[in-house]
Design a binder for this molecule. Structure first.
Ligand code: NAD
Length: 258
């Protein structure tokens, strides 16, 4: 039977890849995120054609608790419940701490951490009623280790690890699992956009940032792919992962082994 999968921030990058993976498996998808209306319409149609499930789009802004609540309600009204919640929306800002704009700090904490508190608190009653559920948090290697100039991102992602473990314990007897995926660098718009700022902050060229900052962190010297992350999300949503909860899966080319 088709599951219903809500994926925040799924108009681009990793979220879009996860949406494609679940759609191809025959699931119903709730897409979310920003973008041009015609591109979103095209994505809804294209993803809908990948499998037998239905795809809807909800424009909830992850900085707005009321809109998050409306998105979860709309998913439940349309499909009768939510089987899998993927908290994926995220943004980045790279700057030394003394120059870090406070409004960027607030926005990163809101989107990368607080939005998941809201999606989870509204989804859990639905999952409890259904007697099962899967919550998958797209965290990062930066949920486990730090890098300079990313104070808000690293703080939010470490917070997401705490949220993952806490909620997993609360839901352990409800057949609802809560886990984190911690990727290393994936070449998505989020990473592409931080290359110029990282170059500026470190006094490097953009090519040096790719080879000496990004891939230097990853012993395999290869970027992680969106498809590898989607496959891991599908595993965490599968029956095989029923006893995997309160933990994380790193997909980081060995980064956090160092
Ligand atoms: P991306 O920029 O390609 O996509 C981000 C998505 O979030 C987009 O759909 C965007 O519209 C959406 N979004 C941004 N602000 C939003 C808001 N206020 N409300 C709703 N949606 C909003 O980024 P990505 O690289 O695919 O990142 C996805 C997640 O994976 C993030 O949580 C990121 O921290 C995490 N991650 C990324 C990498 C990487 O290397 N790309 C590594 C580790 C973790």
């Amino acid at each position: 039977m088709a599951r219903t999968v809500v994926i925040t921030g799924s108009t681009s990058g990793i979220g879009l890849g996860i949406a494609e993976g679940f759609a191809a498996a025959g699931d119903n998808i709730v897409l979310n995120g920003f973008g041009k209306q015609e591109e979103i319409d095209a994505a809804v149609e294209r993803i809908g054609a990948l499998g037998s499930g239905s795809v809807i789009y909800h424009p909830a802004d992850m900085t707005k608790p009321d809109e998050i609540e409306a998105m979860i309600a709309s998913a439940a009204d349309t499909f009768g419940g939510i089987d899998v919640l993927v908290n994926n929306a995220g943004i980045q800002h790279v700057s030394p701490i003394e120059d870090f704009p406070p409004e960027k700090w607030d926005r990163i904490i809101a989107i990368n951490l607080t939005s998941s508190f809201h999606t989870i608190r509204h989804t859990v009653p639905l999952m409890k009623k259904a007697g099962s559920g899967r919550i998958i948090n797209l965290v990062s290697a930066h949920g486990l280790v730090a890098s300079p100039f990313k104070a808000a991102y690293v703080s939010a992602k470490h917070g997401m690890m705490g949220l993952t473990k806490t909620v997993a314990l609360e839901l352990a007897e409800h057949r609802i699992t809560v886990n984190a995926i911690c990727p290393g660098y994936v070449l998505t718009p989020l990473v592409e956009a931080q290359i110029p700022d990282t170059a500026k902050a470190r006094g490097m060229t953009e090519d040096e940032v790719k080879s000496e900052v990004l891939l230097a962190a990853q012993p395999t010297k290869e970027f992680v792919t969106v498809e590898q992350i989607a496959a891991t999300a599908l595993y965490l949503a599968s029956d095989a992962a029923a006893q995997v909860t309160g933990t994380h899966i790193s997909i980081d080319g060995g980064w956090t082994a160092k």
